[in-house]
Ligand binder design. Structure first.
Ligand SMILES: Nc1ncnc2c1ncn2[C@@H]1O[C@H](COP(=O)(O)OP(=O)(O)OP(=O)(O)O)[C@@H](O)[C@H]1O
Ligand SMILES: [Mg+2]
Length: 335
C-alpha cells in the first residue's frame, strides 16, 4: 500500500506519488502512460500568452504536482509576477480544477487564500491565474539544516492555519488534503503570512442555507494517508475536525522532522497507531500542555463546529510569546 496515497476527487482512482523521490517506493512507480507528476512534460510552453487579454506571459514551471503543474508567469500590463496552475482538461481530473476555482472564488478577499485573477481553458488544458506565493512548508522544512522547523515558528504557522480553516469552514468548505506541501508562505511583505493551496479534494459540507449536508455512511478515501485522521482511515464522512487532524500531524512533522508511522508499510497499522498513540510519542519536543490539542480533537464529532480560538490558545500556550512580526528562521538563513 502506498503511504503517500492521495486520491482523485473525480473518479476515485488512485494517484500515487512519492514524496521521498526513490524510484518505485511506496507503490509510486510511474507507468509509461502516466503523464503526471514530476515526469510529465510541461503542459504549457514558455512564452505562451494566457489570460483575458492575453497579457499573462508564461515564464517557467515551478512545480509539477500530482495532478497539475504550476508556473511562474508575468502580467505584462502591471509587470506583476503571478502563478498559473494548469491541469489537463481531457481527463477525469478536469473536475478538480473547476472545484478548485470555485473554492478560491468563494474565498476571494480573505486572508490566507491566494487571490484568483483569471480562470480559463487553453487548448486541452484548464488553468487558474493567481497570486504568486513563496515556498511551501514541506520544502522549507527540507531546506533547513536540521530538517525541522522551530516550535515558535510552527506555533505561529499553526495559529494562522487554524484561522485559515475557520474562514474556509465558515464558507462551508472542507480542504480534505491539508499537509505541509499544501501550505505556502507569501512573498515579500506577505512572507509572514501562510496561504492554503490545492483545493482539488475539497468538498462542501454545508448546504447553502448553512445546514450541514447529510453524511454518507461510507466514503471513498480522500486526502493523503500520512496526514489524514483515523476517521478517514475508517472511510467516515469528513468534517471540520478532520482538517484539524491534518494540521496536527503536519505540525508534528514540521517540529519533529518525521511522523512515527513514516516507515510503516501497512495502512491498517498506521490507522491503529493514530488511534492509540499518545500525544507525547507524536510530539516529544512539545510541552505537555499541548496534549489538550489532541484531547479536544478527540471530543469532536464530524458535524461539530470546532472552537478555533481554543485551539489557537492551546498552541500559543506552548511558547513564551507569539511574535507575528519576527522574521522566520528561513528568511534569516535565506534558505
Ligand atoms: N499560487 C502559487 N504560487 C506559488 N507556488 C504555488 C502556488 N500554488 C501552488 N504552488 C506550489 O505548487 C505545488 C503544487 O501545487 P498544488 O498542490 O496546488 O498542485 P497539485 O497538483 O494539486 O498537487 P499534489 O497533488 O502534488 O498535492 C505546491 O506544493 C506549491 O509549492
Ligand atoms: Mg498539493
Amino acid at each position: 500500500m502506498n503511504r503517500n496515497r492521495n486520491v482523485n476527487k473525480a473518479n476515485g482512482h488512485h494517484h500515487h506519488h512519492n514524496q521521498k523521490g526513490a524510484p518505485g517506493a511506496g507503490g509510486g512507480a510511474q507507468k509509461p502512460s502516466e503523464l503526471r507528476g514530476k515526469n510529465a512534460p510541461a503542459y504549457i510552453e514558455k512564452d505562451t500568452l494566457l489570460g483575458r487579454n492575453e497579457n499573462v506571459l508564461v515564464e517557467k514551471m515551478i512545480a509539477g504536482g500530482g495532478f497539475g503543474q504550476v508556473y511562474r508567469a508575468r502580467n505584462l500590463d502591471t509587470q506583476e509576477e503571478v502563478a498559473v496552475k494548469v491541469e489537463r482538461a481531457s481527463t477525469n481530473d478536469s473536475q478538480r480544477m473547476i472545484l478548485e476555482s470555485k473554492v478560491l472564488d468563494d474565498m476571494l478577499g480573505t486572508k490566507h487564500f491566494p487571490i484568483v485573477y483569471y480562470i480559463g481553458p487553453h487548448s486541452t488544458y484548464n488553468y487558474i491565474v493567481m497570486q504568486m506565493l513563496g515556498k511551501n512548508l514541506g520544502d522549507i522544512r527540507k531546506l533547513m539544516p536540521s530538517k525541522r522547523i522551530s516550535i515558535t515558528s510552527t506555533v505561529r504557522i499553526g495559529i494562522q492555519i487554524v484561522e485559515a480553516l475557520s474562514l474556509l469552514h465558515t464558507k462551508g468548505w472542507l480542504h480534505r488534503d491539508l499537509k505541509p506541501t499544501n501550505c505556502c508562505l507569501g512573498l515579500d511583505e506577505k512572507r509572514k503570512t501562510v496561504y492554503l493551496v490545492d483545493f482539488g479534494m475539497s468538498r462542501k459540507f454545508r448546504n447553502d442555507d448553512g445546514s450541514i449536508r447529510e453524511s454518507r455512511h461510507y466514503c471513498g478515501f480522500r486526502g493523503t494517508t500520512r496526514y489524514c485522521s483515523y476517521r478517514m482511515h475508517d472511510r467516515r464522512e469528513q468534517g471540520p475536525v478532520d482538517d484539524l487532524w491534518c494540521l496536527y500531524y503536519s505540525m508534528a512533522e514540521l517540529i519533529e522532522g518525521f511522523l512515527p508511522w513514516r516507515d510503516m508499510e501497512s495502512v491498517d497499522e498506521m490507522a491503529q497507531t493514530k488511534k492509540i498513540l499518545k500525544h507525547e510519542m507524536i510530539f516529544p519536543s512539545m510541552p505537555s500542555r499541548f496534549a489538550s490539542f489532541d484531547r479536544n480533537l478527540r471530543r469532536l464529532k464530524q458535524t461539530s463546529t470546532p472552537d478555533y480560538v481554543k485551539f489557537q490558545s492551546i498552541l500559543a500556550s506552548c511558547v513564551k510569546y507569539v511574535d507575528d512580526n519576527a522574521e522566520f528562521e528561513w528568511d534569516v538563513l535565506e534558505v
